[in-house]
Design a protein around this ligand. Structure first.
Ligand code: DX5
Ligand code: ZN
Length: 229
């Protein structure tokens, strides 16, 4: 996985047809998705349950590019190897998920996967100040995690603070929650390069007729690239 700061659109399959993940992943990639964002929820760290490593391994065969696995689970460490084995390119853990995020990021990197750290809306940028050299991606949540389709919470000040803390390090800033063509410019202007979008990508399309996925992806990308510094 090479590093660049170009805008990348990462559709979240939380908004896809759960009975058809393989075909949905193929459809969004064919329609221009850069990464595929996979939301793992445990009903404990967040008040919703999705799926685990076996599902990730099954969909991996249908993804040509980057599989970006967002773990909304606690504890994280006992499951890192399973998600790496499932073929995750990026494994992101929440800083709020336990007392040892430093160890968690080391453990993720030890598998060969890229290590991401996610921040809930209530968590300040400073929470990652001592993790910058251990991480490949910082995920700024712009909703409280657990559900798709929620209202965007403006975290521009946090994104700017992170962008300045990162400096020249090869660390992505990913935004997750409520991203659409209206909110994408705000986060791109603040310095984000990976935009996760669930409902705004899958809206209006289906596996049988995925052209709307492509239009949605192009609209979000154009809105973000129009202002990205
Ligand atoms: C929220 C998830 C997000 C979510 C985004 O807990 O981490 O990835 O699916 O969905 P939208 O784009 O609909 O807010
Ligand atoms: Zn997510």
């Amino acid at each position: 996985m090479s590093f660049d700061r170009n805008i990348k659109i990462a559709p979240s399959i939380l908004a896809a047809d759960f009975a058809n993940f393989g075909a949905e992943c193929e459809a969004i990639e064919a329609q221009g998705a850069d990464w595929v964002h996979v939301d793992v929820m445990d009903g404990h760290f967040v008040p919703n349950i999705t799926f685990g490593p076996a599902t990730c391994a099954a969909i991996r065969k249908h993804i040509k590019g980057v599989m970006d696995v967002h773990l909304m689970i606690a504890p994280v460490d006992p499951y890192i190897d399973a998600f790496a084995q499932a073929g995750a390119d990026v494994i992101t853990a929440h800083v709020e998920a336990g007392p040892h995020i430093h160890r968690t990021l080391q453990a993720i990197r030890a598998t060969g996967a890229k290590a991401g750290v996610a921040l809930n809306p209530g968590t300040p940028a400073e929470a990652v100040a001592h993790l910058l050299d251990l991480t490949d991606l910082i995920c700024v949540m712009t909703v409280n995690p657990g559900f798709g389709g929620q209202k965007f919470i403006d975290m521009s000040a946090k994104i700017r603070a992170l962008r300045s803390m990162i400096g020249d390090r090869p660390v992505h800033i990913e935004i997750d929650g409520g991203v659409d063509a209206k909110t994408a410019p705000l986060v791109a202007q603040a310095g984000a390069d990976v935009l996760v979008a669930g409902s705004a990508v899958f809206r209006g399309g289906s596996v049988g007729d995925p052209t709307a996925y492509g239009e949605n992806i192009r609209n979000i990308r154009a809105a973000a690239e129009g202002v990205y510094a």
